[in-house]
Design a protein around this ligand. Structure first.
Ligand code: HSE
Length: 315
């Protein structure tokens, strides 16, 4: 619980929080910038008020450069909420433990932003609803398809209307499993968005709109046989293929091993296959196919997470 200390200048409330935020996979093939799914793969963030300053510590794989100052995305999320609430951020110690691979298309930056926003909201006494936090996070991230499932869990549909984001959440049946292939290379989202055309043919818009609707129908009806078509895309994957070596090879390997559908995860370079059976075989098939073309990386089977980010007061 928060404890209160009263100084002669202002009231200071001490907090010690533990936040868990899931990885997310955006787009799911056709749902560019509007579909996303929370995965059971978690980062943890410790946030604690201290006497003065800002101290950021980061546990992450070697070679990864994460800012340890106000440019850290967790701090960025915290600052956004404090500014919005018209309050000054208290001095903080922040420790992040990063399990979600960075620059891999698994929502690591959204997880950091969402973690910061949730921490700030908790320290301020929860003035903002989860839906309001999605809108705030979208302002930083630019698109809602990672931040919405990171905050709320499940499969999220998100639509931006002016400054607001309308979201709808769909639970994911347990039998649907996700098989990731995460290459040992990273890809900046900005670079991956930079290769996309400004305009697209009407036929491609129709192609994708039908498939997004089919995804939701497949989920509701548990018609996993529909995912083969429902994961197809013409808006981003064909353009990104040149930045993601082996993308189609991995798609093909996953399908042959029994995947129901397969897509680029977010902006890539990870690939995600969806299945209700033989998940480990699909992972091994993707690893073998990658090895054949000299692509290093690891497969991982994860379930969808019904839960989004959680915050616990630990002191
Ligand atoms: N929808 C975004 C994209 C997700 O594909 O660029 C990036 O995290």
């Amino acid at each position: 619980m928060a404890t209160k200390e009263t100084s002669h200048e202002s009231e200071i409330i001490n907090h010690k929080l533990r936040i868990r935020v899931p990885a997310t996979t955006a787009n799911l093939g056709p749902g560019f910038d509007c579909l996303g799914l929370a995965l059971n793969w978690w980062n943890t963030i410790h946030v604690e008020t201290i006497a003065r300053g800002l101290r950021v510590e980061v546990d992450c794989p070697p070679g990864v450069d994460i800012p340890r100052n106000r440019h850290n995305l967790v701090v960025y999320g915290i600052d956004l909420v404090y500014r919005r609430a018209g309050c000054k951020r208290p001095p903080l110690y922040i420790h992040t433990t990063t399990h979600i691979p960075i620059g891999s298309g698994l929502g690591s930056s959204s997880a950091a932003i969402v973690g910061g926003i949730l921490a700030a909201n908790a320290m301020l006494g929860n003035p903002y609803s989860r839906r309001e936090m999605v809108t705030l996070a979208t302002r930083i991230e630019g698109h809602p398809d990672n931040v919405a499932p990171a905050l709320l869990g499940g499969l999220m549909v998100a639509a931006i209307d002016g400054k607001e984001v309308t979201i709808a959440r769909f639970p994911v049946p347990r039998e649907l499993r996700c098989v990731l292939f995460v290459p040992n290379v990273s890809l900046l989202t900005a670079k991956s968005r930079g290769v996309l055309p400004k305009r697209i043919p009407r036929a491609d818009a129709i192609y994708n709109a039908g498939r997004v609707a089919l995804w939701i129908a497949a989920l509701r009806e548990r018609r996993w046989d529909w995912l083969d078509v429902a994961t197809q895309d013409r808006l981003h994957q064909p353009y990104r293929a040149k930045l993601v070596p082996g993308m189609y090879t991995l798609f093909e390997a996953a399908r042959r091993a029994g995947a129901r559908g397969v897509a680029l995860s977010g902006a890539g370079p990870s690939v995600i296959a969806f299945t209700d059976t033989h998940a480990e075989d699909i992972g091994r098939a993707m690893e073998r196919a990658a090895a054949r073309i000299g692509l290093t990386g690891q497969s991982r089977v994860v379930s969808a997470s019904a839960r989004g980010a959680q915050v616990t007061h630990i002191g």
